[in-house]
Ligand binder design. Structure first.
Ligand SMILES: Nc1ncnc2c1ncn2[C@@H]1O[C@H](COP(=O)(O)OP(=O)(O)O)[C@@H](O)[C@H]1O
Ligand SMILES: [Mg+2]
Length: 267
């Protein structure tokens, strides 16, 4: 993937905020859902956004990509106010999966190609665009199924397609909302490997998770929400939970059947 070296960890630009939320408030159905949250992701960082169901994680992410209006505070992407930001090809977004896709049957290749259109001049795909699409499909291990309809896929395979779509534009910033939810173990391993590869080349990541799981080794910092407020911003809470106990075996991504570790902060 073509990405300049200065996006790497420790290189120039490190410490610069790629996402910055300050005192952000938001309402849904006239009910306050975000009550003044601060959230920063710096270049090359992997930040987990944690919290119980309904704590406001998806809403926070949706204010970043402009799907939920803010009622107060500031949202910046790559140092630009969100309402003036236009360079969406730099951002890959994987929404929280709801139900299986219905409607128009599209192939894996078509869905992933849709993620490349932001890079294609006048909507015309060149060879470099088709190659980037093929690389993204290969990264998630679906090359031999590229011409299959997405309707024929399992939940985990469907999630891999959404991730390939987000990667097709070769984004500098990846935002994923509960990528592991409802995903089979084989797909979880592919997903963890894909994310490791992205992180290794300097991509900044904001990851919404309900629980720290196999992605825990990749996470630099965790922000925990409760009732629309930031409860914790610092080391992943697992570091002060079971992982700190003597004799605890570290959970690696290939320990796919390991129980997710539950921490008091998340419930
Ligand atoms: N479209 C909506 N209209 C009204 N309330 C909503 C809507 N979407 C979410 N909410 C409420 O906002 C709160 C936060 O939701 P959400 O951001 O989805 O939480 P999380 O992602 O942490 O589970 C919840 O109480 C939820 O019921
Ligand atoms: Mg959510």
């Amino acid at each position: 993937m073509s990405k300049s070296a200065d996006t790497g960890k420790g290189g120039p630009g490190k410490g610069e905020a790629v996402i910055s939320l300050r005192k952000v408030t938001a309402e849904l159905g006239s009910r306050p859902v975000l009550r003044g949250i601060d959230l920063t992701v710096t270049r090359g960082e992997v930040v987990a956004l944690l919290g119980a169901n309904g704590s406001g994680k998806s809403t926070a992410v949706r204010t970043i990509i402009g799907q939920v209006p803010v009622t107060g505070g500031d949202v910046e992407i790559f140092g630009t106010a969100r309402r003036r930001f236009r360079d969406w090809a730099r951002v890959g977004y994987v929404p929280q999966r709801t139900t299986a896709a219905g409607g128009v049957p599209a192939t894996i290749n078509e869905v992933v190609t849709s993620g490349r259109l932001s890079r294609a001049r006048f909507g015309v795909l060149r060879r470099s665009d088709r190659e980037a699409v093929a690389r993204a499909i290969d990264l998630v291990g679906l090359t031999d199924r590229a011409k299959d309809s997405v309707n024929a896929l399992s939940g985990g395979q469907h999630q891999r397609v959404l991730i390939a779509r987000a990667l097709a534009s070769e984004p500098e910033l990846l935002i994923m909302d509960e990528p592991m939810a409802g995903v089979d173990l084989a797909s979880q391993e592919v997903l963890a490997a894909t994310l490791r590869q992205q992180v290794a080349q300097g991509t900044s990541v904001l990851l919404v998770l309900h629980e720290l799981g196999p992605l825990e080794p990749l996470i630099d910092r965790a922000v925990v929400l409760r009732d629309g407020c930031v409860l914790h911003d610092g080391p992943p809470p697992q570091a002060v939970g079971q992982h700190a106990l003597p004799g605890h075996d570290h959970v690696h991504p290939h320990d796919a059947d390991a129980e997710p570790v539950r921490t008091g902060l998340l419930t």
